[in-house]
Ligand binder design. Sequence first.
Ligand code: TRP
Length: 384
Amino acid sequence: MGKKIILTGDRPTGRLHIGHYVGSLRRRVELQNSGEYDEIYIMIADAQALTDNADNPEKVRQNIIEVALDYLSAGLDPGKCHLFIQSQVSELTELTFFYNNLVTVQRLQRNPTVKQEIKMRGFSESDDGSDNKAGTPVGFFCYPISQAADITAFKATTVPVGEDQAPMIEQTREIVHKFNTTYGEALVMPDILLPDNAACLRLPGTDGKAKMSKSLGNCIYLSDPAEVVWEKVRGMFTDPGHLQVSDPGKVEGNPVFTYLDAFCKPEHFEKFGECFVGKKVSFEFHSLDEVKAQYRAGGLGDMMVKKFLYEVLNDTLAPIRERRHALEQDIPYVYEVLRKGTEAAQAKAAETLAGVKRAMRINYFDPGVLDELIREQQEKYNNQ
Ligand code: TRP
């Protein structure tokens, strides 16, 4: 049996939020602790972040440490996984260069995530050279190919990511197939691992918009202080039709309930039951289904549910926040983790790149290969 290897990562363009947490980070920690994986690589994708931040490298540079702090405080353990910085593994760019030839422009243009991201970033179709009509950077357009290099460099079998990354894994699988059938089996076919809970696939923003995103200002960050989390929860969008407490409320599309679906555990009902004790009405709930049923029937106010959600969120976030405060006092340790992790990642990627070059027969100066090459070429001329 082949090894089981995980590779995944995030762009360092900001601190990580609870969408990252339920979409991928929480799962990574579980997988790490399951003991089922032989190697785990977690990448801070600074080179990918630069594909649409070319003019702001300082933002990317500043956020490497933020993401590293979020990783460690969420429970990633450098004793069990390699945390590394993408740009410091130059083998990845070399792999990308060879994979570029295995993908067509038309195929990239069909990638739904790239399409959507181009739209979101406002890259213009009619780039006329002026600043306000800038088109799509080539590096950005091609980032799915570089992502295939990230995944294959580590011979990853498993890529735990959010749903929006599915087209990237699909693209990677196509590249692996094309490479292996063209040059020989040098690359490992990866599988995507999506969150198993529908609410976690794509956590909406606090404003109910489809995606939690820094630019929309609708995120709850892992590092937010408790008061900030409460302010954000208090201000959350709910069911706009739920005007009076007595009105029936909608649970579907109501982000307060989506967050509860993602974070609530059975023990929370005993732990935080007092949230549902009020001056006028009180409830005793034992499951989220019971809370939902009451909300649908009417009589359960948004404020009670929000107080409960705050406690539920804080139950997960408080220990993360505490670990972060401790780590913030030990920045040398964090960089040492990244340096060591990058060293291990680089060694692995170099091994894969050597295999790729061997398969493509572009390893001209490898031991033994040069002698053979000389013999072959000399013979060609001797026979003329
Ligand atoms: N695209 C991912 C993101 O937006 C980051 C990333 C880069 C990644 N390379 C990867 C994720 C390889 C998984 C595998 O956060």
